[in-house]
Design a protein around this ligand. Structure first.
Ligand SMILES: [Zn+2]
Length: 196
């Protein structure tokens, strides 16, 4: 009979790139396991779009480890992954949409080079930021060296102006509010991390 693994025992990974079978399918990245691996997992918090693949047993183990080491809950993790995979870039920009009057008076400008940074050489203040952080700062139209208090102020203004009670005729407002909430959560988490 197999002994049940202790729940927080680290999962050892194979070294290097994603392991592939001869016909190009994914093989489980757990060390010593060569099972087919239909389950993707983000490699780490800052590379949510960089996947490694596991069999069912090891994806479960990996998720437990992830929670243990990163301190985020199962649902939050799923939310992170969902956002990383669906939120390639904001689907709207402040000041350009049909509800421009409820957001900011300024048209959206890519003044910090967020969207160029990935193809050209990195903008210095942007280096070290993940794509989701860059997108979050771009949503707020703020520079990454902005103080938490300023960010919070901007967030509160936007959340208020996008609140469904004030936007009964704009079905997009709720969607925008969700993006703002997610972006704020990403940035706030980072501020908290820096303080520790
Ligand atoms: Zn496996």
């Amino acid at each position: 009979m197999r002994t049940k693994r202790r729940i927080n025992e680290p999962l050892k990974l194979k070294d290097g790139d994603q392991a592939l079978s001869e016909d190009g399918g994914h093989l489980c990245m757990a060390a010593g396991c060569d099972a087919d691996a239909p389950h993707p997992a983000p490699r780490n918090r800052s590379e949510l779009r960089s996947y490694i693949w596991f069999c069912l047993e090891h994806i479960r183990h990996y998720n437990r480890n992830w929670n243990y080491y990163e301190g985020i809950e199962g649902e939050a993790l799923e939310e992170e992954i969902k956002r990383a995979t669906t939120w390639e870039r904001p689907s709207w920009k402040f000041g350009t949409g049909p509800s421009a009057t409820v957001s900011t008076s300024q048209p959206f400008k890519d003044k910090f080079g967020f969207f160029e940074a990935e193809t050209n050489s990195p903008h210095p203040p942007m280096s070290g930021l993940s794509t989701e952080e860059k997108q979050a700062w771009a949503l707020f139209d703020m520079s990454p060296d902005t103080e938490m208090s300023e960010l919070k102020k901007r967030y509160n203004e936007l959340a208020k102006s996008l609140h469904p009670d004030h936007n009964k005729t704009d079905p997009k407002a709720e969607e925008k509010l969700k993006e703002i909430n997610l972006a704020y959560a990403v940035l706030r988490k980072n501020f908290m991390k820096e303080k520790i």
